[in-house]
Design a protein around this ligand. Structure first.
Ligand code: SAH
Length: 259
């Protein structure tokens, strides 16, 4: 499979190609060399406007197809249309493109429109917000963890609440993406309420805003009081499991080694 995708990505010029690229959390230092290379090779870059802005020089001399946040489907259809015409296209997501990013949507559209598989495709992994935030906090993901998005734009709240319940019951460290926006304000306190049914109010909670970007902010609080922090859509929230500790300025979930 890997050999296959490398072969695809080396197809001759004129053959349409899509790279679905995770840019990492923000700064160029957290972008992988493979992502940089995929962007360098693309003639067209498709993505949400603020992420294109993150590219800086890398987007210079490219044709840019940028649309707003709610136009994901159109944006990916346009990327596939361009590749079908023989262009070399990069579709970008922040973090990892396969984690609440564009990878799934692009592959679904390709499956509908390019059943013959004429377009070359590769998915380029990136540093996701969970690991970028975890690194800023210390080592909170040393043991089993669950990642849950609190956005109910595409997922019914009942599904999200069920997953929160089960992850909390299973004592997973819980990473919350899309925790709160200007219009989605109650979901985070509802998540807190659910998790408090299974976990102590003193459980450490870390919040990282703008991880890996200028202006990064890091807080360590607890399950009882983290709602007072300025959590927004640029933040990732990490809720510890029953073993998670605060060691000085670090949040650590022990793996279980004897000391
Ligand atoms: N594909 C992205 C996630 C997109 S969902 C990834 O793999 O990281 C968007 C959510 O990701 C945001 O609401 C926030 O919770 C989180 N996020 C993305 N970038 C972040 C950053 N630099 N710092 C903190 N959280 C971030």
């Amino acid at each position: 499979m890997q050999e296959d995708s490398l072969k695809w990505s080396n197809r001759s010029p004129g053959q349409g190609h899509i790279s679905i690229v995770g840019l990492g959390p923000g700064g160029p230092q957290d972008m992988t060399p493979r992502a940089t290379e995929a962007l360098a090779q693309a003639k067209v870059v498709v993505g949400y406007r603020p992420y294109i802005a993150l590219l800086g020089e890398l987007a210079a001399s490219k044709e840019v197809v940028a649309t707003g946040m709610t136009a994901e489907v159109e944006r990916c259809q346009e990327a596939v249309r361009r590749a079908a015409q023989g262009q070399r296209v990069a579709v970008i997501s922040s973090g990892d493109a396969g984690i609440y990013g564009m990878a799934g949507l692009v592959l679904q559209i390709l499956h509908q429109e390019d059943r013959a598989g004429r377009i070359g495709v590769e998915v380029v992994p990136g540093v996701t917000a969970a690991t970028a935030a975890a690194a800023a906090l210390g080592a909170p993901l040393m043991h089993d963890f669950a990642v849950i998005s609190l956005s109910d734009r595409l997922t019914p709240w009942e599904t999200i609440a069920r997953r929160l319940n089960l992850a909390a019951q299973g004592d997973f460290v819980i990473v919350l993406y899309n925790p709160k926006s200007k219009t989605r304000t109650w979901q985070l306190s509802s998540a807190q309420e659910i998790i408090l049914q299974y976990r102590s109010p003193a459980t450490p909670v870390g919040v990282v805003r703008q991880a890996g970007r200028p202006g990064q902010q890091v807080w360590i609080s607890d399950l009882a009081s983290f709602l007072s922090l300025p959590v927004d859509m640029l933040s990732t929230v990490i809720i510890g499991n029953s073993q998670t500790q605060v060691l000085g300025k670090w949040m650590v979930t022990p793996r279980g080694y004897e000391l």
